[in-house]
Design a protein around this ligand. Structure first.
Ligand SMILES: [Cu+2]
Length: 208
């Protein structure tokens, strides 16, 4: 959820700034074309004004890059020193979710055929660290509603953290074309109350 809010604010600010700059440039261009149509020249007529344009646009660009990088840092900053670890493995054509530190060493997988879709179970309100890799080709873990997306590479582990602040269930997909059954590579991510998660981690059955 935090990710969704952060990306929402990044998108809104960037859209407003880009839209504003676009309209100003369009207006200035139209004004210049209308006024100077017959006196075309390659030489700058007002070097100071043109330097101001360049400076202002560079300042916008630097601000947007720095602000986006800061928001990205906020998102990936792990506030919890001991997050719950989940090992995520993509393969042709489904997913495996392993919980190496759970008392029952739970592991969830599926075939992604028909209704056999695996569910990534996490406790609501707790920081979860996903360690993402692939068994064969490049896949990409994507939860459109939550704005989470990260590539899964073979022989490499990508790590990211997420915190889902309320219980719920969202559909995840593979975002990297990875072969014949790529389009069926869906999964569920389900946040459950911490007590229910603990029961499940000990080998019980949660309503998943
Ligand atoms: Cu895929």
């Amino acid at each position: 959820m935090r990710q969704r809010q952060i990306f929402g604010s990044v998108f809104a600010l960037e859209a407003v700034v880009a839209g504003g700059v676009f309209l100003v440039i369009l207006g200035v261009l139209a004004w210049a074309l209308a006024r100077r149509r017959s006196e075309a020249s390659d030489r700058p007529e007002r070097p100071r004004l043109e330097a101001f344009y360049v400076g202002a646009l560079a300042a916008f660009a630097v601000f947007l890059v720095a602000w986006t990088a800061w928001q990205n840092h906020r998102e990936h900053h792990a506030a919890d020193p001991a997050p719950l670890r989940v090992d995520v493995t993509g393969f042709q054509w489904c997913w495996t979710f392993g919980y190496p530190r759970s008392p029952a060493h739970r592991s969830v997988t599926g075939t992604c055929k028909g209704k056999d879709i695996p569910t990534l179970v996490v406790p609501a309100g707790r920081t979860v660290q996903l360690r993402l890799t692939s068994r064969d080709v490049i896949h990409s873990l994507w939860v459109p509603d939550l704005r989470y997306k990260m590539d899964a590479f073979p022989h490499h582990v990508n790590t990211f953290t997420l915190t889902l602040d309320r219980a719920g269930r969202w559909r995840g997909r593979c975002a990297e074309f990875c072969g014949q059954r790529h389009a069926t590579m869906d999964f569920w991510i389900k946040a459950v109350p911490p007590r229910e998660y603990d029961r499940w981690a000990h080998g019980g059955s949660a309503a998943v």
